[in-house]
Design a protein around this ligand. Structure first.
Ligand SMILES: [Zn+2]
Length: 740
């Protein structure tokens, strides 16, 4: 029935199209934008989210087979690629408070009568954090806010230690996997992570099912692997997890946690927090539970016991291709994951369903006579939620092929109503802006670009405001991690984009059983209009990348962005120097002693050495040279691009060089402490996990006070910029010769 509808939609679109070869037919990307159908996106979502579909679930394979059949029905060459990965599931989960009053945590999300899929108990994964180690620990509780490095600095300043304690951190502020990592570095023996109603519960709106926010039993599942080390199967770093691959013993896998971890609801957290004593938490740390937030340690003592089935599971990537007619060895790759924690209507299906509708619509264009010049590869990744498994293993398996062929990777992962959210390689910043000027916002009926700009103007600082009003292009964000672009961009060096709409609705169902079709249709994008806009946006990007004579990379935006990073680094150092000088002065002047409260004394810190002056000249020079090269390239490209008909060989040569432009930022040695991450401009922060660190080698050395490491990293980043400059100058020269 549902499949029949899809075919019907396709045939209507064909019937309303232009005859092949019509003289005044609009460009293919313009024709394309009339094809995606919002109702079809809704039907795919209903199908894909009908049952739980985590790694290893029967319905995950069922979904993969269903998508495979759809791709084939729409004219694609499609196959499923599989990998064998470590995917532990809970065997035992116990959390109890043994003092001062006994309490046993429920660790259970109840079914809700009006939500039809919430009762699929037998297929749901219990609430847990994947890649926690087994453990059985008992200790006093310490509240650590979001569990970020700065939170531990504050605890130190207040004289509270987590050594030998079980920490309770709230979700938010950082990637969940960094919370147990940092807790363990400070000597904690266990880690609880709970969803505070201040962050995604009743503080913002009514809770589910009355409203969209997290209810008292809702739990955020999720991975706690050390993602900033490497993504993918914990046992096969850097190589594909195929039969026969060399695998680490589980005990040696560096991305598993060092201490046991369990996520809990605020219903389960409240009695634990209410029983705590010790200093009152700083004002910014207090959540929205009706308790006085205190730091501990204790007197709440908890017993945490978790153990897992350490199973290997098969994951199913659906890979579909439309072969290119002119440049078949240049690939445009587009992906979204299909696995979820439970039903996952929002995460990931609100991105996966539009991707499928793109695939159907591109199939329609092919029927109308479109012949994409480059090969288009559409992927539906499995296992993203655990560790970006499907995308990482695929990139690791196909690395040789991708090195020459991968032009760009376009990722989505979830979508809702509102403003464009675009992040990625800055060589694609003008390209993204052009597309935003071509796609219509479904609510305002203006362009997506106009609404994007308005959001920047209304929400920004005075500087950001004036820039959004006057700069030709709006800036795109740099990518950290948290979705499938990571192996492409930061390991492999493929120019990448991550796209979505959002910013208008808040919800609190992330990674719970309540992220389902019922919730999405009631509270998110009921008519799937932004799903359609996303399909229009990403599909337009794919078509323009596939058909461009000269690949649409630009280096001016890149140089401008690199310039801002260098300035930020200089300011960061200056700020650190000023802070240390001021604090030292307050220590030696006796200011800290004089303001100390004898009732609640804070330890007086020791005087610290002031951060040294550091030489950023290599980076400044490299950015200046890249700026000149980018300018030269722009002029050369504007003066004349080799035409496909007149000089296909030269065009091919030029594009082959351009494809390598993002790879110039790859350094085979990788980043300090984490060689799998090899991009010297963008990386997920070692202590933020999702949050990006730009020029990470340099920035993290300053942030972590490893000042001796700064200048060598400055030189390495400058060398990467110099490689890029040489490439850009070389291509510009080639184009200039062409113009003569
Ligand atoms: Zn996702």
């Amino acid at each position: 029935m549902r499949q029949g509808l899809v075919v019907l939609v396709a045939s209507i679109a064909v019937a309303g199209s232009w005859p092949t070869g019509a003289q005044n037919a609009p460009p293919w990307d313009e024709r394309y934008r009339s094809l995606p159908d919002a109702a079809a996106i809704g039907r795919y979502m209903e199908r894909l989210s009908a049952r739980p579909h985590h790694v290893g679930a029967p319905y995950t394979k069922d979904n993969a087979d269903w998508m495979l059949a759809r791709f084939r029905e729409w004219g694609w060459q499609a196959r499923i690629e599989t990998y064998e990965v470590l995917f532990p599931t809970p065997k035992e989960r116990l959390l109890e408070m043994i003092a001062p009053t006994p309490f046993k945590a429920a660790l259970e999300e109840p079914a809700i009568p009006e939500d039809p899929t919430s009762g699929q108990k037998t297929e749901q994964l219990p609430t847990y954090n994947i890649y926690s180690i087994d453990g059985d620990v008992t200790g006093p509780l310490v509240y650590v806010n979001y569990g970020r490095p700065e939170d531990y600095e504050e605890l130190d300043a207040l004289g509270v230690s987590v050594r030998g304690a079980i920490v309770i951190a709230r979700y938010g502020g950082s990637f969940r996997g960094t919370k147990p990592k940092i807790a363990a570095e400070h000597g904690a023996i266990g880690c609880l992570i709970y969803s505070d109603p201040r962050d995604d519960g009743y503080f913002s709106d009514a809770v589910f099912p009355e409203g969209p926010m997290r209810n008292r039993d809702g739990v955020q599942r999720g991975s706690v692997m050390d993602l900033p080390m490497y993504s993918g199967d914990p046992l096969t770093p850097g190589v594909a997890a195929v039969p026969g691959a060399k695998r680490l013993p589980i005990a040696d896998a560096p991305t598993l946690t060092k201490i046991p971890v369990l996520p809990i609801s605020y219903g389960d957290a409240q009695p634990l927090l209410a029983a705590m004593r010790g200093p009152v938490a700083p004002a910014a740390w207090r959540g929205a539970l009706p308790v006085t937030y205190r730091l501990g340690p204790g007197p709440s003592r908890v017993h945490l016991k978790v153990s897992f089935n350490w199973d290997t599971k098969t994951i199913y990537d659906v890979i579909a291709m439309l072969p290119g007619s002119t440049f078949p060895d240049e690939w445009i790759v587009r992906g979204n994951h299909h696995d979820a924690w439970v039903n996952g209507a929002s995460d990931p299906v609100s991105g996966m369903a539009p991707e499928l509708e793109e695939a159907r619509s591109l199939g329609v264009l092919i029927e109308q006579g479109w012949k994409p010049k480059r090969t288009i590869v559409y992927a539906a990744w499995d296992g993203e939620e655990a560790a970006l498994l499907g995308s990482t293993e695929w990139v690791e398996q196909h690395r040789e092929e991708l090195r020459d062929k991968a032009v760009a990777y376009i990722n989505t992962d979830g979508n809702s109503r509102g403003f464009l959210q675009a992040g990625g390689s800055h060589t694609l910043e003008p390209f993204v802006n052009e597309i935003a000027r071509s796609v219509i916002d479904p609510e305002t009926k203006g362009t997506v670009w106009k609404r994007w700009q308005a959001n920047r103007i209304s929400g920004g600082s005075p500087d950001a405001r004036s820039e959004a009003r006057t700069r030709a292009d709006l800036r795109i964000a740099a990518l950290g991690s948290g979705s499938d672009y990571t192996p492409f961009l930061q390991h492999h060096g493929t120019a990448s984009l991550n796209l979505s709409f959002g910013g208008l609705d808040e919800d609190g169902i992330y990674h719970s059983i309540y992220d389902d079709f019922y919730h999405f249709r009631k509270f998110s994008d009921p008519g799937f209009l932004y799903g359609r806009a996303l399909a229009q946006f990403a599909g337009t990007a794919v078509i323009r990348l596939a058909d461009a004579d000269l690949l649409p990379y630009d280096f001016t935006a890149l140089a401008d962005t690199a310039q801002t990073y260098v300035r930020e680094l200089q300011n960061l150092l200056k700020q650190r120097q000023d802070e240390v000088k001021e604090r030292n002065r307050q220590i030696t002047d006796g200011v800290l002693v004089a303001v100390n409260d004898p009732k609640r004394p804070r330890p007086i810190p020791a005087v610290e050495p002031v951060p040294p002056a550091l030489n950023f000249a290599p980076l400044e020079n490299a950015v200046a040279a890249l700026t000149r090269a980018a300018d030269r390239y722009r002029k050369a490209a504007a003066a004349g691009v080799p035409s496909l008909n007149a000089d296909p060989v030269r065009l091919r040569t030029v594009n082959a060089r351009l494809i390598q432009s993002e790879r110039q930022f790859i350094d085979e040695r990788g980043l300090p402490r984490r060689p799998w991450y090899r991009h010297l401009l963008y990386a997920p922060g070692y202590y933020t996990g999702y949050g990006v660190k730009t020029m990470p080698g340099v920035r993290e050395a300053i942030e972590e006070k490893r000042y001796a490491d700064v200048e060598p990293e400055v030189i390495r980043a400058a060398a990467a910029l110099d490689r890029e400059t040489a490439l850009v100058n070389g291509v510009a020269e080639n184009l200039e010769r062409m113009g003569k």
